[in-house]
Design a protein around this ligand. Structure first.
Ligand code: RFL
Ligand code: PHB
Length: 394
């Protein structure tokens, strides 16, 4: 079999790339290790920046997102028992974010791909990538016990943090930067109305909490928990009880609880692999970088990689130019490091670090007090949260 671009991974990065290439007449096959249902069952991101919204529109799959997504112009920061609103819209000259779950975005992309009759191989086993240092890369995989080979011009490694593409790069050709945080996020989804119309980011002496949502009737909450905790240790009742203790009196009063429809623990990590291009193979999204979720940047950074990668590949075929491909890695990394910086900083500001003692809490509270009372401080948070402009610093 032959295609122009072999895409490994049918998460948001791979599906979005496939759709943008298709719109531009470029052929791609997507190979995914899991089933489509499994991919949709992973509960992850909830907040889209304008850049991501624009890309969904460009890919022709924005209709339901605009209908069902909730536009948010601000969020609350809760510390020392009091809430303060960051008015993102006002502070950034009119920018907002959108609440639209990664599951829904993925479903829209999957549906569009199926409707266009494009090739996706789910449950593709033992995917291996070959000869990406030549002009004729190949990908092999097994499906139902039979081995298949795809010849292609490019390989797009959209296969997430544990994927095969980054792992196939010779060790000397790649540098990895990593920080692992000493806690995780316990997430709970429930069909209950959100406690507040916007998100609440909570710094409490008991640890971080986040009140998020997927719709007017579905809530998503997170609690900072020790890495040693197991999800089985947390009954729904224990979760709600702990969340109440981290909230302010008004939110505590308003909180509507109910049975969980999903509960999971995610570890927190900052990670970047450099470079993101190896001959004819590119890494995009979580395959190349991970941020702790505090800044809601992971999916949005993945979307910008895909934007840059699709335009580089389109330019290659249309203009026979390798300029975009040559710039891909540097262009992405410049933006990624700013997203990494913001996510690390916001994580450090909001969580309780087990070894840091009481002074750390006092210093965090002083910084938060500064941020919410200084227009300069608040604007810096707001402009990073809504997403820096694509041409930032150029
Ligand atoms: P994904 O989603 O991990 O998809 C990779 C796909 O590749 C497949 N795969 C393979 N396929 C074939 N062969 C192999 N050898 C393969 N190995 C792996 C996998 O099965 C999978 O389907 O990466 P992608 O597409 O780059 O997308 C990245 C996003 O998923 C991620 O950045 C976000 O979810 C991060 N994130 C958030 N990002 C935001 O922008 N806003 C948020 O509000 C936000 N909240 C979050 C988050 C991530 C979280 N967790 C669980 C890590 C909240 C949480 C709790
Ligand atoms: C979510 O709704 O899952 C979510 C929202 C904001 C974050 C992280 C996760 O910063």
């Amino acid at each position: 079999m032959r295609t122009q671009v072999a895409i490994i991974g049918a998460g948001p990065s791979g599906l979005l790339l496939g759709q943008l290439l298709h719109k531009n007449g470029i052929d791609a096959v997507i190979l995914e290790r899991k089933s489509g249902d499994y991919v949709l069952s992973r509960i992850r991101a909830g907040i889209l920046e304008q850049v991501c919204i624009d890309l969904m529109d460009e890919a022709g799959v924005g209709e339901r997102m605009h209908k069902e997504g909730l536009v948010h112009g601000g969020f609350d920061m809760l510390f020392k028992g009091e809430r303060h609103r960051i008015d993102m819209n006002k502070l950034t000259g009119g920018k907002n974010v959108m609440v639209y779950g990664q599951t829904e975005l993925t479903r829209d992309l999957m549906d569009a791909r199926a409707a266009a009759g494009l090739a996706t191989v789910y449950e593709a086993d033992n995917v291996t990538v070959h000869d990406f240092d030549s002009a004729r890369p190949r990908v092999r995989y097994e499906k139902d016990g039979t081995t298949h080979e795809i010849e292609c011009d490019f390989i797009a490694g959209c296969d997430g943090f544990h994927g095969v593409c980054r792992a196939s790069v010779p060790q000397g050709a790649i540098t990895e930067y990593e920080k692992i945080y000493p806690f995780g996020w316990l997430g709970l989804m429930s069909d209950t109305p959100p406690v507040h119309e916007e998100l609440i980011y909570v710094n409490s002496t008991r640890g971080f909490a986040l009140c998020s949502q997927r719709s007017h009737t579905r809530s998503r909450y997170y609690l900072q928990v020790p890495l040693s905790d197991k999800v089985e240790d947390w009954s729904d009742e224990a979760f709600w009880q702990e969340l109440r203790l981290r909230l302010d009196p008004e939110a505590r009063e308003k909180l509507v609880t109910g049975p969980s429809i999903e509960k999971s623990i995610a570890p927190l990590r900052s990670f970047v692999a450099e470079p993101m291009r190896f001959g004819r193979m590119f890494l995009a999204g979580d395959a190349a970088h991970i941020v702790p979720p505090t800044g809601a940047k992971g999916l949005n950074l993945a979307a910008t990689d895909v934007k840059y990668l699709s335009s580089a590949i389109i330019e290659f075929y249309r203009e026979k130019s390798e300029a975009g491909i040559d710039h891909y890695s540097d262009r992405c990394l410049r933006r990624i490091w700013k997203g990494e910086r913001f996510s690390w900083w916001f994580t450090s500001l909001m969580h309780r670090f087990p070894d840091d003692g009481e002074i750390a809490q006092k210093l965090q509270e002083a910084e938060l007090d500064y941020i919410v009372h200084s227009e300069t401080g608040a604007r810096s948070v707001a402009e990073n949260y809504v997403g820096l402009p694509l041409n930032f610093g150029e």
